[in-house]
Each structure stands twice: as C-alpha cells, then as structure tokens.
Ligand binder design. Sequence first.
Ligand SMILES: NC(=O)c1ccc[n+]([C@@H]2O[C@H](COP(=O)([O-])OP(=O)(O)OC[C@H]3O[C@@H](n4cnc5c(N)ncnc54)[C@H](O)[C@@H]3O)[C@@H](O)[C@H]2O)c1
Length: 442
Amino acid sequence: MANSNVKPAQGKLGIMVVGNGAVATTFMTGVLMTRKGLAKPVGSMTQYDKIRIGQGADKRYLHYSDIVPLAKLDDIVFGCWDVYPANAYQAAIYAEVLKPQDIEPVRDELEAIKPMKAAFDKNYAKRLDGDNIKGNITRWEMVEALREDIRRFKAEKGCDRIVVLWAASTEIYVPVDEKVHYHLSDLEAAMKADDRERIAPSMCYAYAALTEGAPFIMGAPNTTVDFPAMWELAEKTKMPIAGKDFKTGQTLVKSGFAPIIGTRCLGLSGWFSTNILGNRDGLVLDEPANFRTKEVSKLSTLETILKPDVQPDLYGHGNDEDTQYYHKVRINYYPPRNDNKEGWDNIDIFGWMGYPMQIKINFLCRDSILAAPLCLDLCLLSDLAARAGRYGTQRFLSFFLKSPMHDYTQGEEAVNHLYQQYTMLKNALREMGGYEADEEID
Ligand SMILES: NC(=O)c1ccc[n+]([C@@H]2O[C@H](COP(=O)([O-])OP(=O)(O)OC[C@H]3O[C@@H](n4cnc5c(N)ncnc54)[C@H](O)[C@@H]3O)[C@@H](O)[C@H]2O)c1
C-alpha cells in the first residue's frame, strides 16, 4: 500500500440504504454479526479475495485491504429509508432470510436503524402500500427532502463519508428519453416541473446523493443513473456511480458459463431461464411493468458474450428472423419458496456438424444471501473510488452487476464476460494501489 495514491479511509463511513427489505437487512445483519465475530462474511471479495501483485519471482498475493485503503467494517454506520416503518430488526424477522439466532445477538443495533420516510410514488411499485412516505410531494421537493436526510444523518452519526445504495424494489420501466435524460439542465427542469412519468423516485435519491457528495449504487435494474444527464451530474460533483442490478444467482452463472460455450466455439440455438421466488421482490416483479425492467437487464447479459454478428454460424440461429439464438427469461412469483429462489436454465447448444445437445442448470439459491456480500463490496469499493478521485461510471465494478453501465451514446458495449470483468476489477485495484496493471489470468 506504500504507493497507493488514495486518501486514507479515516473516520466513519455512513451507508444509507434505500429500502429496508430482505437484501438490506441481510446485509446489515451480516456486517454487524461479523463485527462481533459471530459470523463470516462469505462471498465478499473485499473480505476474502487475494490479488496477485508483481510477476515472476516478485509476485505476491494480497488482500484488497493490503493493496488499497478500504473502510473497515467497524467504521460502518447504517441508515435507511423505507415505505414501511418497521425497524431493521423487525424487517429482518419479517424477511425470514436469516434464522432468529443469527439476528438476536445484534437486535439492539438493528432496532436502532429506523427507516426515514421514503420518497415514493405508488405508480412505480403498485404492489406496495406502506405509509412511511414523504407524502404527495413534487420530484424536486423529494430531492430537497432527501438531501436534508443525508445531511442530518451525516451530522447526527458523525460520519466522514456517505455512500447511498439502492436495495429497494424494482421500479417500473422508464425508457430513456433524450429530451429529459440527456442533459443535466433538462433533468433538473423536469424534476422542477414534477414530470412524474419520466422522473422516477429513484432518480431523486441519486440526484440527492451525488449533490451531497456521496457515491450512488443502483442495485436494482432501474434506469436511475444509466443516462447522460446523471453522468454529467456525477462529473460535476466528482462522484462515482455504479449500476445496475446485483449479479447474484442465475445471471452470475450465465456470465460465467456462457464463456465456456464461446471459448470452445460451440453453437447456441436457445437459452431459456426461469425462476420461482416468493419474497416481496418476487411480488413486485409479478407486476408486468416492474418485470419489464428486470427482463431488459437479465436479457442483456448474453448479447455481449455470444455475438451473432461475430460468429453467425454459431450464434445466428434460433429466433423468428433466424438471426440470433432464442433467449428467454421468466420470473414467477411463488410464495412457498420465499427468499429461496430456484432458477432453471435450459441451454440448447450444438456441436460438430450441427448436432444438438442440452445443458440443464438447476440453482437452488438464496437471493439475499448472495446479494448481501455484493452490497458490502459495492459500498466499500465505491467509497474507495471516491477517495481515489475517480468519478462517473465505475466500469471496474461491472463484475458485481447484471447490466453494467456503459456509454451507449458512444457505441460503447457493456462487458458481461465474468472473467473480463474480474480482470477489470483487479487492474483497477492494482492501479489505485500504485501497482502495474496486467492481463495475466491467475
Ligand atoms: N436478492 C437478489 O438476488 C437481487 C439481485 C438483483 C437485484 N435485486 C434487487 O434488489 C432489490 C431489493 O430486493 P429485496 O429482496 O430486498 O426486496 P424487498 O421487497 O424485500 O425490499 C425492498 C424494499 O424497498 C422498499 N421500497 C420500495 N420503494 C421504495 C422507495 N422509493 N424508497 C424507499 N424504500 C422503498 C420496499 O418497501 C421494500 O421494503 C430489488 O429491486 C431486487 O430486484 C435483488
């Protein structure tokens, strides 16, 4: 760390989570339990992974915190907003992700995390009916109230730095509209004109975070920071942004498995992915307009890994126009499974002389158990990026995201290939630590 040019992680880091649901409370409980030595933060790269530094006889494998100055778990202070007034203890019990014995030891700390009133518009998540909301205020009033929340929280908790993480429900799909979402001045004008159709509440959280000097992370597939006006704001405020959509279960498998097919030059005629889950996330996604947001995010993964235009013989067959493989994603709300999602992937491939074969993957996962370490890593690494003077879209965080942000206005492509993403992550850490980047795989 001797050569690191990053400001030290001094003082407390406030992590303000939008949403106090299954993911948020599993994340908070895990951090608090780990701090007490009662749990292990399994799945967290910032806590476990080691990266090679140097080459040949000089090579060493170091934890991230030995390469760059990361905030310590002991320095984290949690806050949140939610539509429902339940504190983090009640919400964790309600979510039924963790057993009571894994929650009780940190009950007092969780009870002290009481959600601030949400900036909410029921049109964006019809299935939610909580009343812990800021009321029927304009979009600009939402921004101002959220900014006030951040300032107050920071002062009351004595935090040096804040990160805002969206772990709230998936909003309905908001298509990017050049007239509103391309320039910061237009975005601000639309917020002031209370354009409820094109300004989602999540955009107000992002705007508030960035203007208060806090990085913003989008854990759901919402459009929120994925357009030029927000990139302009991130540049102006010199704050990092990251998104979209935590890459946890099925898409993690997909972005790790598709490279096997691509590298081996096998053909693909179709990939059908289906899921059953029964938590509140599943309930919200049961609404077609909310599912649409998720579908767009989940579908984008394969497109940049298995490309029909680059390999028409292998990937140019399957759909109506016979130009690309079929790729379907379905999510079915099925209450008995709660947070224990089951994903099935049926992959129709073909080999030598076009002979068909099938691969089936059945992942019985736990949604929030997979998402919690990502929350931790994204918060710690965004805070790191801010201290390193990095701002705008943090492409090195693509590894953690289903639909990584990229400048589509310049024809830039997202990187979805898991191992390319990992190389980007390692090299960003090496660079911030003052070491040389390289492309070796190990
Ligand atoms: N768990 C995973 O594997 C995974 C993966 C990718 C993305 N996600 C996304 O993470 C998000 C959280 O998932 P979850 O399982 O915790 O859902 P959840 O339903 O348990 O929690 C979401 C919470 O957000 C609150 N909320 C909704 N709109 C809000 C607003 N405007 N302001 C404040 N709070 C608001 C809801 O009241 C709810 O309590 C979802 O959008 C989900 O799609 C989860």
